[in-house]
Unconditional design. Structure first.
Length: 381
């Protein structure tokens, strides 16, 4: 039996690869000779770098950079085996998980460390960048990143603006004349699964800043500051478009990459599926396994498991999904190519127990084992 496993991370618990390995172990307990390929999944957030390093081939690097609150943090990024492609999660340097909930504050959180990672990758010879922009704690429009790369973002007093959205408030003038010259040789692919604009009611401030610690009054202020930023940016790049879908990603980093680094925005799940050659593996499989931490009505709205199922149905392959839990609306998954899905919780447990990595892996493995016992029994009949 040939099986392809392409299961998304159980966020906060198992990475895509860890979940895939747990499923593999459950299968092997029933089919010791099964031929199994694990193809990692991710969007532009948690697990993006490791999924691509595992799925495409490359090496992880660790670097100390400026974290979202201005203090140093250790961040990982990847370089593919071609030696020129860097894989970066901006959350490694500017992520919301790096900050205690009580200290979340987009007025001061910065993307400076993202620029520092890019600088290190440039010095290592990278000229292609795959950058996942999910999970940020920032709403600075990418000013911090630009400053780290050599841009001058100047306040009325002639000094560089402060970190965070306060920098947008202070901004009076910008120039990219002192950008690192290597940037002109680079190609940036920005992996993002949101279509928000930069400003307005559908923009980064109104839609995402509250979860990053902003009050209603601060949200209104930040949107005004962001509009001012757009006008200044257009003096450098008249084609800057604050309404382009995805500009609002990561507190305006999408706009920043598009405007100043000539980047392309790409859907995350689709990007990963293509780069890891998942369709090729599915085509030659007897069965496909997918899933994510929670299956619900949102799963069919372009999430990775449905992308996997779509490939599978192209070649008429059966699809089974596993998830940490199942919520109302999950039955729609059956209409979008997932033939059967199974939650892995086996008893009443606390949230902390359910999210424990070891508990989740064991539950996933044992649930998978029971499903494959049934499959084996059916095949034997």
């Amino acid at each position: 039996m040939k099986i392809t496993i392409a299961i998304d991370s159980f966020k906060g618990s198992l990475s895509s690869v860890e979940a895939g390995c747990a499923v593999r172990d459950g299968i092997l307990s029933c089919y010791a000779d099964a031929e199994i390929h694990i193809s990692p999944l991710a969007d532009g957030g948690e697990g993006f770098t490791k999924a691509l390093i595992y799925g495409v081939g490359g090496k992880l690097h660790s670097v100390e950079v400026t974290g979202p609150l201005g203090k140093k943090v250790n961040a990982e990024f990847g370089i593919l085996n071609d030696g020129v492609t860097a894989v970066i999660e901006i959350a490694e340097a500017a992520g919301i998980t790096l900050i205690p909930k009580e200290k979340l504050n987009p007025l001061i959180t910065t993307t400076y460390g993202v620029g520092e990672i890019i600088k290190v990758a440039l010095k290592k010879g990278c000229r292609k960048f795959w950058i996942g922009v999910g999970g940020s704690a920032t709403n600075d429009g990418g000013l911090g990143m630009l400053q780290a790369l050599g841009a001058e973002c100047v306040a009325e007093n002639g000094l560089q603006v402060a970190y965070g959205a306060y920098g947008l408030k202070q901004l009076k003038h910008m120039t990219v004349e002192k950008f690192m010259p290597e940037l002109k040789e680079c190609e940036f692919s920005i992996i993002c699964d949101v279509g928000n604009t930069l400003t307005g009611k559908n923009g980064s401030s109104y839609v995402y800043a509250r979860q990053k610690g902003a009050s209603d009054a601060e949200i209104r202020q930040m949107d005004v500051w962001m509009q001012n930023y757009v006008e200044i940016a257009k003096k450098i790049n008249p084609l800057a478009d604050e309404n382009y879908p995805g500009c609002g990603a990561a507190g305006g980093l999408g706009f920043c990459f598009l405007t100043f680094l000539n980047a392309k925005l790409m859907p995350g799940a689709e990007f990963i599926l293509r780069k890891t050659r998942l369709e090729e593996y599915i085509k030659n499989s007897d069965l496909v396994i997918t899933g994510e931490g929670c299956l619900d009505g949102q799963t069919v709205m372009g999430k990775a498991p449905i992308g996997v199922a779509r490939f599978a149905k192209k070649y008429k392959k059966p699809v089974i999904a596993f998830s940490g839990c199942v919520k109302d609306g999950a039955q729609a998954c059956n209409e979008y190519g997932i033939d059967a899905y199974f939650p892995i919780l086996r008893s009443m447990v606390s949230y902390e127990e359910a999210m424990d990595k070891q508990n989740a892996a064991i539950s996933l493995q044992r649930t998978c084992e029971q499903v494959f016992r049934l499959i084996k029994m059916k095949i034997a009949d």
